[in-house]
Design a protein around this ligand. Structure first.
Ligand SMILES: *Cc1c(COP(=O)(O)O)cnc(C)c1O
Length: 454
């Protein structure tokens, strides 16, 4: 039998529920803490910033959460997404490994982020919210939310990290095309932004600062709620459509992964892929399955940060999350993988790493781009700089399989396309792409600012 290059599901086979891994964990996750009270956060603490349905999803321990029909209808614009065998890359590497990628770049905004933006816009609309405020790093989340708000007739305000705003004007235009308003962060429009600008007018900005601005706006305006593109439990939940589909696709060809690989910024694309496989690891069906998180060496949250309670934002306004963190005061150096410039990480991913159920690796920018180029030149698809980190690990694992003569199955999350990142490609191709400085001192100083939580 000739093996298929693309493994496809019909629309009818799209998942009808999201999967909540928290129901299956043999340990309980450290709770989110209220920054003032120091006690576990309750539903009512979160309703000023999120609609109640999302707050419930944030805290629920139910195994399955039904995906409303209205959301499934919009998902159907691009879902189920293909699972593709990277045969040309395998051949170029001379590896006996089978490499598959779950291709999320087919959504209208070009990444996995639409899986949660559509869900979040839906629940906000349902509860009468008129306007959403958010932050964006490389611009993928801002454009995904702008897209979703447009479909549900909500206004959308996006604080875009300064360095990306300057590097990626086309993402801003995309947001404006879908009717959103986009300003560079730090901005003069919020107290949090003005404070940062006074201290450092030349700052390149960070996701943490942009989050503070968007949260401030949601707290101050009656008609506005906040929306977050990663990190939180409800975002991981929405993204599990990726892994549920991938599992069904692999099963349909009688395959199962030996290794799952993805890049992690806040963790949502990769959690979306791997969480539905975690029960197999826990119940003994696939104890050998490896799950490898990849991150930039310049923002080494999982590989270098301590596991501690920290704020999700720079202005210390969000609840405290137990996570691997470089400190909320850490401003990562400018980096082409803007979506990976976050000081913390999804608490779900951190808990699994802490328990030794998953692994993490950091890669520097040049080997990452070399891997991205090799992928583009063998498979054709042009990856965003974020998933190039995953591709680096995929190639390394495939070469390990070649050395060991092992025909392992490697599955990775190709979270988005790089069509808006061509200036980074241009820098790499012209030889002018540089390694960002390793900011040992910046990390040490930021860690000194971690909140004291007994
Ligand atoms: C935002 C983004 C990421 C990083 O965010 P996660 O929540 O870790 O997935 C990775 N890849 C792409 C294409 C993105 O847009």
């Amino acid at each position: 039998m000739v093996e298929p290059t693309k493994v496809l599901l019909s629309e009818a086979e799209m998942p009808k529920d999201w999967y909540n891994v928290r129901s299956d964990l043999p340990f309980s996750m450290p709770p989110m803490l209220h920054p003032g009270k120091g006690a576990p956060v309750e539903e009512d603490d979160l309703v000023p910033i999120f609609p109640r349905a999302l707050v419930e999803q944030e805290l629920t321990l139910e195994r399955w959460v039904a995906i409303p029909e209205e959301i499934r209808e919009i998902y159907a614009l691009w879902r189920p997404t293909p699972l593709v065998r990277a045969q040309r890359l395998e051949k170029a590497l001379g590896t006996p490994a089978r490499i598959y990628y779950k291709w999320e770049g087919v959504s209208p905004p070009g990444s996995h982020k639409a899986n949660t933006s559509v869900a979040q816009a839906f629940y906000n609309k349902l509860e009468g919210v008129k306007r959403l405020a958010t932050e964006t790093g490389a611009g993928q989340w801002g454009s995904a939310l702008a897209f979703a708000c447009q479909l549900f007739d909500l206004a959308c305000k996006v604080y875009m990290v300064r360095v990306s705003y300057d590097q990626k004007p086309y993402r801003r235009i995309l947001m404006e095309t879908w009717g959103a308003t986009c300003v560079p962060s730090p901005s003069r429009e919020t107290e949090a932004g003005r404070k940062v600008l006074e201290a450092d007018p030349e700052t390149s900005g960070s996701l943490g600062i942009a989050i503070s601005e968007a949260v401030e706006e949601a707290v101050k305006r009656e008609d506005t709620k906040y929306s977050l593109g990663s990190v939180l439990n409800h975002v991981m939940l929405h993204q599990t459509v990726i892994g549920l589909e991938a599992k069904a696709q692999l099963a349909s060809i009688g395959a199962y992964p030996d290794v799952l690989i993805g890049c992690v910024g806040g963790g949502s694309n990769f959690a979306g892929l791997f969480l539905p496989f975690i029960p197999d690891k826990l119940n003994g069906a696939a104890p050998e399955l490896r799950v490898v998180c990849t991150e930039p060496a310049a923002c080494p949250t999982l590989t270098r940060g301590p596991y501690a309670y920290d704020f999700g934002d720079t202005a210390c306004t969000t609840p405290l999350l137990k996570m691997f963190t470089l400190g909320h005061a850490f401003v990562p150096p400018p980096l082409h993988a803007g979506g990976l410039r976050y000081h913390g990480m999804a608490p779900i991913i951190c808990a699994l790493l802490d328990q030794g159920l998953i692994e993490a690796r950091a890669y520097s920018q040049l080997p990452v781009f070399a891997a991205g180029l090799q992928f583009a030149r063998t498979e054709g698809t042009v990856p965003a700089p974020e998933p190039m980190h995953a591709i680096r690990a995929v190639i390394d694992e495939a070469l390990r399989c070649r050395e060991a003569g092992k025909a392992e199955t490697i599955v990775f999350s190709l979270s988005g396309h790089g069509h808006f990142d061509l200036s980074a490609y241009a820098a790499y191709l012209s030889g002018s792409l540089e390694e960002p400085a390793q900011e040992e001192d910046a990390v040490r100083q930021a860690l000194a600012c971690l909140p004291m939580v007994p």
